[in-house]
Design a protein around this ligand. Structure first.
Ligand SMILES: Nc1ncnc2c1ncn2[C@@H]1O[C@H](COP(=O)(O)OP(=O)(O)OP(=O)(O)O)[C@@H](O)[C@H]1O
Ligand SMILES: [Mg+2]
Length: 146
């Protein structure tokens, strides 16, 4: 998964993939040390066991996605990127109405935005899918920022 905080990644995963994929996310261990290494270890283990895996993090840059592409290559399975491309204004509005314990600090959203690079097949993805909110939602929630 690729997308800013509040874009709707976890919601999309729950609706589309959770039935037949193991869902891995560093958010599952918010206070653990070495979360990145732990996530790579878990993903590699699941792939080695033959499971389909979805990694539900912001994954904003090619550099952050590269270890996941590499893990798929090692396991000999195809990997796709699903970019939940929700306008920043909507991400921020959704984040603002989250319960306090699930709200992401603004600086975190802007950090992800600053590192953001659209996923591309040149990174090694067999497919890049883009999920966008319906125009109705965009109009209802605020002007899209592009
Ligand atoms: N398609 C949608 N339409 C309306 N609201 C949505 C939609 N998808 C998600 N939301 C709402 O937006 C908020 C953020 O969604 P979600 O938790 O799925 O985002 P996320 O991309 O996983 O964020 P994070 O990176 O912080 O985990 C939630 O309150 C969710 O209910
Ligand atoms: Mg999420």
């Amino acid at each position: 998964m690729v997308g800013l905080q509040g874009a709707g990644k976890s919601t999309w995963v729950a609706a589309e993939l959770a039935g037949n994929h193991a869902v891995v996310s560093k958010d599952h261990w918010p206070r653990a040390r070495h979360r990145e290494a732990r996530q790579r270890h878990v993903v590699a283990g699941l792939l080695a066991a033959g499971r389909s895996v979805v990694v539900d993090n912001t994954n904003p840059s090619a550099a952050e996605r590269a270890p996941l592409v590499a893990a798929a290559r090692v396991a000999g399975v195809p990997v796709r990127a699903v970019w939940v491309d929700t306008p920043l204004e909507i991400c921020l509005a959704r984040n603002a109405v989250r319960p306090a314990e699930r709200r992401v600090p603004l600086v975190g959203v802007h950090a992800a935005l600053g590192r953001f690079e659209p996923p591309s097949v040149e990174e090694g993805f067999a497919r890049v899918d883009v999920v966008r909110p319906s125009p109705d939602l965009v109009h209802a929630t605020g002007d899209p920022v592009r």
